[in-house]
Every structure is written in C-alpha cells, then in structure tokens.
Design a protein around this ligand. Structure first.
Ligand SMILES: C[S@@+](CC[C@H](N)C(=O)[O-])C[C@H]1O[C@@H](n2cnc3c(N)ncnc32)[C@H](O)[C@@H]1O
Length: 203
C-alpha cells in the first residue's frame, strides 16, 4: 500500500492526537502509545483496500476512530459514519474530525448499534474489537443495506468465529462469507477481515 505524503501526514496528525488527548482522556491506554502506528493505525489502514469505491461506511463501536477515521483519511472517496454509544468518546470523535478537517465526509452518531436498526443503513458496515462475531452479526446486519456487506476486522481466530456464528449469519441474511488477509509484510500479524455479504432480498 502506497500512501501519498498528504495522507501520511494526516495519519501522523491523527496518531499525535491519539497519543496526547486520546491518552489524557482515557481512550487509549498509555502502554499503547509506542505501538499506535503499527498496531492500530496501519492495522486499520491496510484493510481499507477491502472496501469498494465511493461508498458509505458505518463504523460500529468506533471508540477513538478505529477504523473509521483511518479509513476516511486513506480513502478520500469514502463517507464514514462513526457509531459510538459513550458520550466521552463521541465528544473526542467529533473534535478529532474537526481538527483533521474531515467534517464534510465523516459524521458521528451516538448510540448502540442494536438501537439504530431502522435508522441507519449503508452499503458497508465495519467493526473492530467490539464483540465476538456472533453477537456483532446480530447487532450490525440490520445496518447493512440489502446487497451490502459487513467487514469485521478480526484476529487470528476469525475462522473459528465464523464457524461459531454460522447460524446467526444465515438468520440475519448473510449469504456469502469470506475471510481475507491484508497487509502481509507491512503489519504483523496481518489484518484479517471477515466479509459477510447480505442477500439482496433481505431488508
Ligand atoms: C474495545 S473498543 C474498540 C474501539 C475501536 N473500534 C478500536 O478498534 O480501537 C469497543 C467499542 O465498542 C463500543 N461499543 C460497545 N458496545 C457497542 C454497541 N452495542 N454498539 C456500538 N458500539 C458499542 C464501546 O463503547 C467501545 O468504544
């Protein structure tokens, strides 16, 4: 993945915000600071390639903006809605998108995913480090538009999580599932993305 100088400097600016305000405000653990770039920023950035072009992404449980803000930076063709229930994190997200000049493409929505069914739907929904896949699928598939997809950023146990969630995936309208790996040679371990396609006939 090649990053332009402008995109790289925005990622560096976001990393700086996370390692200062993010730590002071309790969104990032102090021990994460040294590994923010590899373990969080690049880990999210490499997976942005998995997203189709010029679409809208809902990032459920965005926390400090991972992957939502990183994806908005590395993919200027995307619109992003960061969903987050906790006010403290919503305030941080809102201030951060203003500081990074992303307000024209990134929105923040306060709420729990399961309470937003019927209010938000988008072609792509993502989540990172929010819940085991089985629970995540139940919360997030109603937010995926028919024919769209859930892209869950997962770790080494991705396949096992898919197996455990198989019945829920089918019950929630998932008709194709694939696990892919991104960033080999750039991030260790590579980021694993569980892609669950939602049937076009499913609301
Ligand atoms: C461990 S943090 C991960 C944050 C970020 N995605 C990351 O990778 O660093 C989990 C986040 O999910 C949010 N969350 C928990 N339950 C949720 C729900 N039902 N709907 C939406 N967000 C939720 C929490 O408030 C928290 O910000």
């Amino acid at each position: 993945m090649q990053l332009s100088a402008e995109i790289e400097s925005q990622l560096v600016a976001f990393t700086e915000i996370l390692s200062t305000d993010g730590v002071e405000r309790g969104l990032i653990g102090p021990r994460e600071v040294d590994r923010l770039w590899d373990r969080h920023i690049l880990n999210c950035a490499v997976a942005a390639t998995a997203v189709s072009r010029e679409t809208t992404v809902v990032d459920v449980g965005s926390g400090a903006g991972l992957p939502g803000i990183v994806w908005a930076i590395v993919r200027p063709d995307l619109e992003v809605i960061c969903v987050e229930p906790l006010l403290r994190r919503v305030n941080f997200l809102t201030e951060t998108i203003t500081r990074l000049d992303l307000t024209n493409r990134v929105q923040v929505r306060r709420g729990r995913a399961e309470d937003l069914a019927g209010e938000i739907q988008a072609p792509v929904v993502t989540a990172r480090a929010v819940a085991p896949l089985e629970r995540l699928v139940g919360w997030t598939m109603p937010l995926v538009a028919p024919g769209g997809e859930l892209l869950a950023l997962k770790g080494a146990a991705a396949e096992a999580e898919v197996a455990a969630a198989a019945k829920t995936i089918a019950r929630m309208g998932g008709d194709r599932v694939e696990v892919s790996e991104w960033g080999r040679g750039m991030v260790d371990p590579p980021t694993r993305v569980v892609r669950i396609h939602k049937s076009t006939t499913w609301r």
